[in-house]
Design a binder for this molecule. Structure first.
Ligand code: MGD
Ligand code: MGD
Ligand code: SF4
Ligand code: MO
Length: 731
């Protein structure tokens, strides 16, 4: 065990001593354990949905003597198939975290909060929202959230208030990935039939740490059956360990690799001709475009030897149609680069050359589940808000491809400072940590006349809010019915209460019903969550009681291979996109330079890249002692740098480096490793907690956002989080 960080022994000593900094006894110190032994040992199993990340895995939670004991994955759930990850286990115990907010809070001074009643919170927030709306118009109100689950309720709330401004994490997570696929095949998220694949290629996707448990299971099965899993990444990621084939690429250049692979596949006639002839549009135009994208050209861009590119293209094509390039998520194809949209288009098109749509071992479109709605006779629906969003994202001229209802959340601070936004609600989201340029985010959010956060702890954002409303922890509440994603069949699932709330907290639905009459929208919130859920389930012929008993119910409609269909304007896979052409954008995927490149003559110049670790979610789990301990025991908070570059800087493994950009400066210990491209340094993305109210996580590590200016991709508006060159020095 390393000396750095908190060892388990120190952790336990801290616990026994009741050390505040170690979130002690309530995590089950010896005394409480001994006391437990004397109370009831009744074991109860409740099916519910994990909320430790956005995957909504179905789990069965065991309580013993009324305390959470453990959880197991629900085997029939399509997106986890009985699995549960370290975060899922660790975050169960957060319900007992002493950092939790125990009642509604009102800020009475910098960093100072006083507990208030729900009634007072509803009344005061209601009055303020009403006043601000009357004075500046409802378009001065906004809501920002992690948009899963209860999103329907929050859209309803904002619609009732008359505001179009609902923001999600889209521009910091996935936006180009969704739009690129939608343009090419008409749907944002095709699924993969990995179990039957013979060859899977990952372009900036690391499913062994950016977890989706079903994918991981299916990939492991494919690997067992002899499939090749090849990972293209600037660093030797966990997926590269799983796949045993790593192709090291210069960050920001995957588009060149894709174009060169298309060049080889088309030039050597290695594409699926029947598929291309029958189901695609614009092949000749793209073939013409990639004529000059030779492997030698791509070698220059990517630093991948041309022989490797040729072999990769041939090997992949040889296994078609049981060959697939992963659809991508956050890394490379997400919101990281200026050329991410072109990259996603190119990936979708190379999948088209492989002809793998609706084929075994390829890609398919998961079946949709359509839920019911409350009876509008009894529960009036507010009128649709026609006006534009304050960030310009609904402006057809400026962001014609950015869909409604996602928003460009990194614009909020600026809009607040300009006085265009006056009051905000932050739900299950922490923009002070997860948006670029935290100093500016703080300034912007602080300038609001009213900021209300819904959280279960005093996150950085909650800490600067005027009111903090504690949503019950996920183990303590019911949520809206969920149509789980990531599936090959239709399923519905439900998150339900495992424990009675430990403190004076409430589920979101109850909070909205509580505030609504105070802002004059009570008539739109005249329902209970139970009524809402019953109405959702009605068309499915599933009762709420049976769903609560099972946790997940499979409705059939299993995906089957067959004729592919595409929801594009042409009804085909569009190598050439008519939508892009009409917008004056490149109709077929073509090379686009990244926004920035490090200076190869300057030993201090690096691109800063980042990524997930399997035991942390975004910026929020490092306050969980067991999960933080995984980091400290393994010394996994370090920043990766290539040995040649480290030598040039005179930095040795484990020593400190200072990193600076135009907006920030920070220090981190190094991991000197061959497993990273020399052009970049890599920072794991979970660390850098700066809320003192998160006692375990506080002060550990740094965050990429601290170095990243507020960018807006010119086409979609995403943050381009890896388009940042930093200066690195030995500390
Ligand atoms: N454990 C865990 N699992 C999660 C989450 C979590 O927070 N924690 N979050 C969920 C969510 S919301 C998301 S968005 C997904 C994210 O899932 P991923 O997209 O897989 O996650 P990342 O780690 O951001 O990026 C993947 C890889 O991209 C690499 N990369 C960076 N730049 C480039 C490049 O230019 N080219 C290539 N080829 N690779 C590059 C990084 O080194 C990294 O290994 O994970 C989901 N699952
Ligand atoms: N530093 C950093 N920034 C990132 C990322 C990263 O990995 N690191 N990832 C990027 C990506 S891919 C994404 S998707 C976004 C995610 O962006 P966010 O959604 O802002 O990320 P989280 O860190 O998950 O923050 C969620 C917040 O919800 C709170 N929360 C947890 N459980 C509950 C609950 O039951 N109810 C309520 N009301 N609140 C709860 C947490 O305490 C936390 O404050 O961030 C992006 N930005
Ligand atoms: S992947 Fe892990 S943390 Fe995310 S929902 Fe599933 S079990 Fe929970
Ligand atoms: Mo994400």
């Amino acid at each position: 065990m390393k000396e750095s960080g908190i060892t388990r022994r120190k952790f336990l000593i801290g616990s026994a001593a009741g050390g505040a900094s170690l979130v002690a006894a309530s995590y089950m110190g010896f005394d409480s354990w001994a006391a437990q032994k004397t109370v009831s040992q009744e074991v109860k199993i409740t099916p519910t949905l994990c909320d430790a990340c956005g995957n909504w895995c179905a789990i069965n939670v065991y309580t013993r003597g009324g305390r959470v004991w453990k959880a197991e994955g629900n085997p029939i759930a399509g997106n986890n198939m009985g699995r549960i990850c370290a975060k899922g286990h660790g975050m169960l115990h957060e319900v007992y975290n002493p950092d939790r907010i125990k009642s509604p809070l009102k800020r009475v001074g910098p960093g100072k909060f006083e507990p208030i009643s729900w009634e007072q919170a509803y009344r005061e927030i209601g009055e303020k929202v009403r006043g601000i709306s009357e004075k500046y118009g409802p378009e001065s109100l906004f809501w920002v959230q992690y948009p899963e689950g209860n999103a329907d309720l929050t859209y309803l709330f904002m619609r009732a208030l008359g505001s179009p401004n609902v923001f999600s994490h889209g521009t910091t997570c996935f936006l180009p990935r969704n739009i690129g696929w939608w343009l090419t095949v008409g749907k944002a998220k095709p699924e993969h039939d990995f179990e039957n694949s013979r060859f899977v290629l990952f372009i900036g996707r690391n499913p062994a740490a950016g977890l989706q448990l079903r994918q991981l299971r299916d990939l492991a099965r494919a690997a067992d059956k002899g499939a090749r899993l090849v990972v293209v990444d600037p660093r030797f990621s966990e997926a590269a360990v799983l796949g045993r084939h790593w192709i090291r690429i210069r960050p920001g250049t995957d588009l060149a690799l894709m174009l060169a692979m298309a060049h080889v596949m088309i030039g050597e006639g290695l594409y699926q001709k029947d598929f291309v002839n029958n189901y695609t549009e614009g092949f000749e135009e793209w073939a013409d475009k990639v004529k000059d994208c030779t492997p030698a050209w791509a070698e220059e861009k990517t630093s991948i030897p041309k022989e490797v590119i040729v072999k990769l293209a041939r090997d992949l094509a040889n296994e078609a149609p049981k060959a697939v390039i992963h659809r991508g998520y956050h890394g490379a194809m997400g919101t990281q680069y200026k050329n991410s949209l072109q990259l996603v288009r190119a990936v979708a098109c190379v999948n088209g050359l492989l002809g793998n749509f609706n084929q075994l071992g390829g890609l398919y479109f998961p079946p949709d589940v359509k839920l019911g709605k409350l009876d509008p006779e009894k529960h009036p629906v507010p009128p649709v808000v026609e006006g534009p969003m304050a960030d310009g994202s609904t402006d057809e001229e400026r962001y014609p491809l950015t869909p409604k209802g996602i928003g460009i959340s990194q614009a909020i601070p600026e809009l607040a400072l300009q006085g265009k936004l006056k009051a905000g609600f932050v739900y299950h989201n922490n923009p002070l940590r997860t948006n670029p340029n935290p100093a500016r985010v703080i300034e912007g959010y602080r300038s609001l006349e009213l900021l209300v956060s819904f959280d279960y702890v005093l996150s950085e954002t909650a800490s600067v809010s005027h009111y903090v409303l504690p949503e019950s922890y996920y183990l303590e509440r019911d949520d809206v019915v969920h149509t789980n994603h990531c599936y090959s069949s239709k399923q519905v699932a439900i998150r339900q209460q495992v424990l009675k709330p430990l403190y004076d907290t409430k589920p979101l639905a109850d909070i909205l019903v509580g505030i609504a009459p105070h802002v004059g929208i009570g008539k739109y919130f005249n329902f209970t969550l139970e009524e809402y859920n019953r109405a959702s389930l009605a068309p499915l012929g599933v009762s709420l009681e049976s769903l609560k008993k099972e946790g997940v119910i499979d409705l059939g409609g299993q995906w089957k291979p067959g004729e592919p269909t595409f929801a594009t304007p042409s009804g085909k896979l569009e190598f050439a996109s008519s939508i892009l052409r009409d917008l004056g954008q490149p109709a077929v995927p073509e090379w686009e330079e990244p926004l920035v490149m490090p200076d190869r003559n300057d030993p201090h110049s690096f691109r800063l890249i980042h990524g997930k670790q399997g035991h942390h979610t975004h910026a929020r789990t490092v306050n969980q002692p067991y999960l933080k301990e995984i980091t400290t025991i393994n010394d996994w908070g370090r920043i990766w740098i290539h040995p040649d570059r480290a030598r040039a800087l005179g930095v040795k493994d484990g020593e400190c480096m200072t990193i600076s950009s135009s907006i920030g400066k920070g220090r981190a210990r190094t991991k000197v490793t061959e497993g990273i491209h020399p052009d970049c340094i890599f920072l794991p993305s979970g660390y850098g907690v700066f809320s003192r109210r998160l006692q375990t996580g506080f002060g550990y590590g740094i965050s990429y956002n601290d170095f990243l200016p507020t960018y807006f991709d010119p086409v979609l508006g995403h943050i381009m989080s890896n388009e940042i060159i930093v200066r690195v020095e030995k500390t």
